[in-house]
Write a protein that binds this ligand. Structure first.
Ligand code: AMP
Length: 435
């Protein structure tokens, strides 16, 4: 099906062809006509499914149609709420690109924290037709009367599950209270646990449901591998794999900021161009590091889960779980960084005796079974530690992996016990993203 059959304006079709998109992705084919018709839409959309354009294109069209009265004071008519700074920047960029040929120039503002609020307040004086924002910074700006959202006609919640994971429920509630009752709502989420389902029910009115994209975990264009290796030898094995497979660009996920810095340093010592990427860096530093990685100046980006959602790195052939993710959902988001938009990708997980049981739960969740590979010279020798075996015994009865729960058994977190240092670090990382 061509884009031209979706009822989009010629200016948008022009921008689409310049972006090199040949035909709509499944979510675009379903969501674009529904949003154009004015329906509320709820979409089960994974990262990499093309969901940004799926809401951006109809949103731009609806705001560009002369029948939509353009208010003189240029009040904000569309609001896109996203969980992270990276996603805000990315969605803002996509909107700018797709809007570039529009007959009525639209002002698109991207607002997120971690940077000074003053330039954003100044820029908002000129008004903004479309605002893409993280919830915390939006509320700060609303508190400063820097903008009004009382005339918003379209609300988009992107990655709603992540918004709730990051603890934005209260902020979303406050924002909803400031929006007009009559508006169109678009709601995208990769997963629909009960809290997300409840939020969608609260926001949406008689929505069209779109659930097409399979989880990246089951997509054939991502080859998933599990390599058994002792934890102490992981960096050496990574260096070996980089050389042996001539991997030019690898996104390696670790559990903590400390691990990101530590592994990066070890890679430097082995002559690998690498950088750490985590919530402790300023927004400017994060943008620069990402640009270097995208430009091919870095071979390995060692990231915490801050990078697991939202950021789009075209041509990323390999994602590595140096540390396993806490949950099956995080696994999906991590590996979804590769194999995007039809490219093929490899997702490798390093497994040790202590993390084997946790990986099995992730496999079970995804109905997946990866053969455990061993690489010559790196065969594991360690056996299960006593701490892990008793943790497994305790959690086996539950037999479920609770998404993003602080008591998740990943990497040693044990149900019912008080929070580990790692849990606290992770929570701090999540808090860092809250702007
Ligand atoms: P998203 O899921 O919105 O993060 O998009 C993932 C990637 O797919 C981005 O790099 C987009 O530029 C790209 N993309 C979006 N729509 C299409 C399309 N119809 N054809 C090819 N690539 C696309």
């Amino acid at each position: 099906m061509p884009f031209s059959s979706l009822g989009l304006l010629p200016s948008l079709l022009h921008a689409i062809s310049e972006s090199g998109y040949l035909e709509p992705t499944a979510i675009q084919a379903a969501a674009i006509p529904a949003i154009l018709q004015g329906h509320d839409v709820v979409g089960s959309a994974q990262t990499g499914s093309g969901k940004t354009a799926a809401f951006s294109l109809p949103l731009l069209q609806l705001l560009n149609t002369p029948s939509v009265e353009k208010s003189r004071d240029r009040s904000t008519r569309a609001l896109v709420l996203v969980p992270t700074r990276e996603l805000a920047a990315q969605v803002g960029e996509a909107l700018q690109l797709l809007a570039q040929h529009s007959s009525q120039p639209l002002r698109i503002m991207t607002l997120f924290g971690g940077v000074s609020i003053n330039p954003q307040m100044m820029a908002l004086r000129g008004g903004a037709d479309i605002v893409v924002a993280t919830p915390g910074r939006l509320l700060d700006l609303l508190d400063h009367n820097a903008l009004s959202i009382s005339a918003v006609s379209i609300l988009v919640l992107d990655e709603a599950d992540r918004l709730l994971d990051l603890g934005f429920a209260d902020e979303i509630g406050r924002i909803l209270a400031l929006l007009p009752e009559r508006r169109q709502n678009v709601f995208f989420s990769a997963t629909f646990p009960p809290a997300v389902e409840a939020l969608s029910k609260k926001i949406l009115r008689n929505p069209k449901r779109i659930a097409i994209a399979p989880e990246p975990a089951s997509q054939p264009d991502i080859v998933q591998r599990a390599i058994a290796v002792d934890p102490k030898r992981r960096t050496q094995l990574l260096v070996h794999l980089l050389k042996q497979n001539k991997w030019e660009r690898v996104l390696a996920f670790v559990a903590t900021k400390y691990a990101a810095d530590y592994v990066t340093e070890k890679l430097h010592r082995s002559g690998i161009k690498a950088a750490a990427f985590h919530g402790e860096f300023s927004q400017g530093a994060r943008t620069r590091i990402l640009a270097e990685f995208k430009a091919g100046d870095l071979q390995v980006l060692v990231a915490t889960d801050v990078a697991a959602r939202g950021i789009d790195i075209p041509q990323l052939p390999v994602v590595l779980n140096y540390d396993l993710p806490r949950s099956a959902v995080d696994y999906t988001h991590r590996i979804g960084r590769t194999g995007r938009a039809g490219e093929t990708g490899i997702a490798v997980s390093f497994i040790s005796a202590d993390t084997e049981a946790h990986f099995r739960l992730i496999e079970k969740r995804h109905d997946l079974r990866c053969a455990r590979e061993e690489i010559a010279g790196f065969e594991p020798v360690e056996t299960l530690s006593s701490e892990t075996s008793s943790a497994i015994a305790r959690t086996m009865n539950a037999d479920t992996l609770s998404e993003n729960a602080p008591d998740n058994p990943a990497n040693g977190g044990i149900k019912g016990k008080r929070k580990s240092k790692k849990d606290k670090l992770r929570e701090a990382a999540a808090l860092n993203q809250k702007e």
